[in-house]
Design a binder for this molecule. Structure first.
Ligand SMILES: Cc1ncc(COP(=O)(O)O)c(C=O)c1O
Length: 423
């Protein structure tokens, strides 16, 4: 195996991991096979420790993490302020259930509402739950406020979407792998082409409760719609009297250089769905944040989750909100996004056939003659860089927003090396 990139993080440069335990990476991968459902196909690396942008496998090899938990690790691994918030809360109160109030929830909701410029928060745990909650809210709003006939509400979504893995959500996916074999599906969804306002306009009618889209489609390969699309969706939904729900679970919380990806067009949706980075890479925390007129339709007993808004989640979520309120991470993503963009531009024609980037987030199309996205990811792993393929020969780069310019350049150099070697 080629040696991974030399370590520049002193915290990880200390020596082989103490977390190695007694089994090797190869043994642990083999041990998973008979006892774990095969719903993932991970790269052959077994991680044991991490700090910031760096992760370390059980043999003590270090890698730059350029996936960052699909943006769940926007602040890097074990950000000191987030770990401290979690530790403090672990020593006081971890779970109450929502049968009782607790002293961390009000502050979390106030902070998140202020950060996003919206009124109210519905805390949940995973991203898919936030999406499900948004769908339920939109339907209830359609019946109670808009006056749609019972059970007739529709929601318009985009093709190529990725909103999670529940049966309702995969029911309106256009990805056969996500859908096939899991029907029958929930009715009431209309699918239109992404980035096509005319198609959206044609699909919206008096039954439409909401338009649900990702402001940038992450899983589809970091597809960025044309300038004006998000503002157009806002205008169209306002005119049609339906809700605009932005799924910012991957695009939100600093990733694109703004707090939300919709901020690039100064658009305020009715509901914003957040997850991933909201839990600081420590606990699953998601939320629907929105206008009072919509979130206000829920009454006690109509929706909930045992762990939603628990004290540990609220403490970590509040610390995440505090980090974002400084604006530092959004600025880093915007500034370093330029480094990412120019590094990728240099690789165009040298194995990179195209790329789409906003902030510290890029979908990079590799010349298929050089290998599949999976093969490129495996070669980058051997160079000490962790990435994930999306479709075909596209790889996705989403480093922690704490990455330094030098580390980003190291990662881009590793990509250049991989492409040159196989070009
Ligand atoms: C845009 C978007 N929505 C929803 C989800 C689902 O989140 P979770 O995996 O936490 O359920 C994801 C996950 O990748 C996502 O990218």
């Amino acid at each position: 195996m080629t040696s991974p990139i030399a370590v520049t993080d002193p915290a990880l440069a200390a020596g082989p991991t103490a977390a190695a335990g007694s089994r090797s990476s190869a043994e642990l991968i083999r041990a998973e096979e008979p006892v774990l459902a095969h719903n993932y196909h991970p790269l052959p690396v077994v991680l044991a420790r991490a700090e910031g942008v760096w992760v370390e496998d059980v043999e003590g090899r270090r890698y730059l993490d350029l996936l960052a938990g699909y943006s769940a690790l926007n602040f890097g691994h074990r950000h000191p302020a987030l770990v401290e918030a979690a530790h403090r809360q672990l020593d006081r109160l971890t779970l109450t259930s929502r049968a009782f109030h607790h002293d961390r929830l009000a502050g979390f909701a106030e902070g998140l509402a202020e950060l996003t410029g919206l009124d109210m928060v519905l805390p949940m745990n995973t991203g898919a739950e936030a999406v499900e909650s948004g769908i339920k809210l939109a339907r209830k709003w359609a019946y109670e406020v808009k006056g749609v006939a019972p059970d007739r509400a529709t929601i318009v979504v985009a093709d190529g979407n990725f909103h999670g893995r529940t049966t309702t959500i995969v029911g309106f996916s256009t990805d056969d792998t996500a859908r096939a074999g899991f029907g029958p599906f929930t009715p009431g969804f209309r699918i239109v082409p992404y980035n096509d306002l005319a198609a959206l306009e044609a699909a919206v009618d008096e039954t439409t409760a909401a338009v649900l889209i990702e402001p940038i489609q992450g899983e589809a390969g970091v597809l960025i719609p044309d300038d004006g699309y998000l503002a157009g969706v806002r205008e169209l939904t306002r005119r049609a009297g339906c809700l605009f729900i932005a799924d910012e679970i991957q695009s939100g919380l600093g990733r694109t250089g703004r707090t939300l990806a919709v901020d690039h067009e100064d658009v305020r949706p009715d509901l914003v769905l957040l997850g991933k980075a909201l839990g600081g890479g420590i606990v699953p925390v998601s939320a629907v944040v929105g206008h009072r007129e919509v979130l206000g339709v829920l009454r006690p007993g109509e929706h909930g989750s045992t762990f939603g808004g628990n004290p540990l989640a609220a403490a970590v979520g509040s610390a995440v909100v505090e980090l974002l309120a400084t604006g530092e991470f959004q600025r880093r993503a915007a500034d370093l996004g330029e480094v990412l963009r120019s590094g990728l531009a240099d690789l165009r024609g040298k194995g990179v056939t195209g790329f789409r980037a906003r902030g510290l987030w890029a979908g990079v199309d590799i010349d298929p003659a050089l290998g599949t996205g999976r093969e490129i990811s495996e070669r980058l792993l051997r160079e000490g860089v962790l990435v994930k393929d999306t479709h075909g020969a596209t790889i996705r780069l989403a480093p922690p927003l704490t990455i330094t310019r030098e580390e980003l350049q190291q990662a881009l150099a590793a990509l250049g090396t991989v492409l040159a070697r196989h070009g």
